[in-house]
Design a binder for this molecule. Structure first.
Ligand code: ADP
Length: 360
């Protein structure tokens, strides 16, 4: 149920339960109280001192007589709307007759306001979840739509570069090669954005199950082997005899390792090495990707997992989007793991990911 309907039902329920002449629900929105729903005329001034007092003290307050009351109202009871997490607002109940709020009625007000606070908290949480889902869905659709024109442009460009559309002058060749390079970058960016959106999508939880880290590492080394070879980097896997089981999705685990091993290859000059090893220790399972590449400057450490961040030495070294490690961090957090990085400029980098060991 959405927040508006929850507030409306609450105003009606509280007026009926207390046989009152009117009721209003006020909710905090960006730090300010505003009227969310009312039953009967809404008499009270919004965000009064009374509301502040009730929200601070967390207790019902009754006001009878005096100029603080709105016209036509002889008694007003104000209760906090809260759950265990926080205060969401207040509920006002109005009576035309003094002495209306007997102890029995006030007991009922407390009970209804307690339930109302819980309902408002749940409706807010549901609203936040829906907004996150809609954002992730939008990013996925938008990125999909970007992918296909890039693929078409790449294939047209390949046709031209191979000379199928007629001979090219050396200058034209050079320009088209540069365009092809930028398109490859764009393709990587779109793929990374898609991965980022997918990783943040709550629906991904559905694929989570006990999965074998050994199998994932094997798949990724096989997948990226040709790329390493092409670059003249030696990629090796130190298998582990024990079965290393973690709670994750196969796709997510592969994505983590593709990014780490891919970075290892990218940031290691020809002649260097990238090694993948794994094991378990106590309640944790670990996988380590070590390279003998350019290393990461110390001042870049605090920024490594920020979106679009690239260290200065990497910018000189090759193209990248600065999204890979953000994707890795999102996924590792999702699987309740942690990341350790060790690196020395000019010597190499080691990323170790620890996951809680899954015991069925
Ligand atoms: P990118 O697309 O730039 O590789 P990432 O998010 O994967 O983006 O990594 C962020 C930055 O972290 C890189 O730009 C680079 O500066 C640094 N980095 C990551 N992995 C390595 C590595 N194995 N060796 C050296 N630098 C690395």
């Amino acid at each position: 149920m959405d927040l508006e309907r929850v507030a409306q039902r609450l105003a009606e329920a509280v007026a009926e339960a207390l046989e009152a002449d009117g009721a209003a629900v006020l909710l905090l929105e960006g730090g300010r109280l505003s009227l969310a729903a009312s039953r009967g005329p809404h008499l009270g001034p919004a965000a009064s001192d009374l509301d502040r007092q009730v929200m601070e003290e967390g207790e019902v307050v009754v006001v009878e007589g005096g100029h603080a009351l709105p016209q036509g109202c002889a008694a007003l009871a104000c209760a906090p709307l809260q759950d265990e997490e926080q205060v969401w607002g207040t509920v006002h109940v109005y009576a035309a007759r003094p002495g209306h709020f007997s102890p029995a009625r006030l007991g009922r007000l407390e009970a209804v306001a307690d339930l109302g606070g819980m309902a408002v908290g749940m409706a807010r949480a549901l609203g936040d979840m829906r907004a996150a889902q809609a954002k992730a869905r939008f990013a996925r659709v938008a990125t999909h739509e970007l992918r296909s024109p890039i693929a078409v442009a790449q294939s047209l460009l390949r046709t031209v570069l191979k000379g199928y559309a007629g001979p090219l002058t050396p200058r034209q060749q050079e320009i088209f090669r540069r365009v092809a390079g930028r398109l490859d970058f764009l393709e990587n960016l779109v793929n990374d954005l898609l991965d980022l959106a997918a990783g943040r999508s709550p629906e991904l939880d559905l694929d989570e199950q006990p999965v074998l880290l050994n199998a994932s590492a094997g798949r990724v080394v096989l997948l990226l082997g040709p790329h390493a070879e092409e670059k003249g980097v030696s990629l090796s896997l130190h298998p582990c005899r024990e079965e290393l089981v973690v709670w994750a999705s196969e796709e997510g685990l592969d994505r983590i390792l593709v990014n780490l091993v891919g970075n290892g290859i990218k940031y290691t000059p020809a002649g260097g090495q990238v090694t993948v090893s794994m094991g378990q220790e106590g309640e944790e399972v670990w996988v380590r990707v070590a390279d003998t590449g350019i290393g990461i400057p110390e001042e870049s450490f605090p920024h490594l997992f920020e979106e679009f961040y690239r260290a200065p030495n990497a910018r000189r070294f090759g193209t990248g989007t600065g999204l890979g490690l953000t994707i890795v961090k999102d996924l590792v957090d999702r699987y309740e793991g942690r990341i350790e990085v060790e690196s020395k400029v000019g010597e190499g980098t080691t990323f170790t990911i620890f996951f809680p060991r899954w015991r069925g």
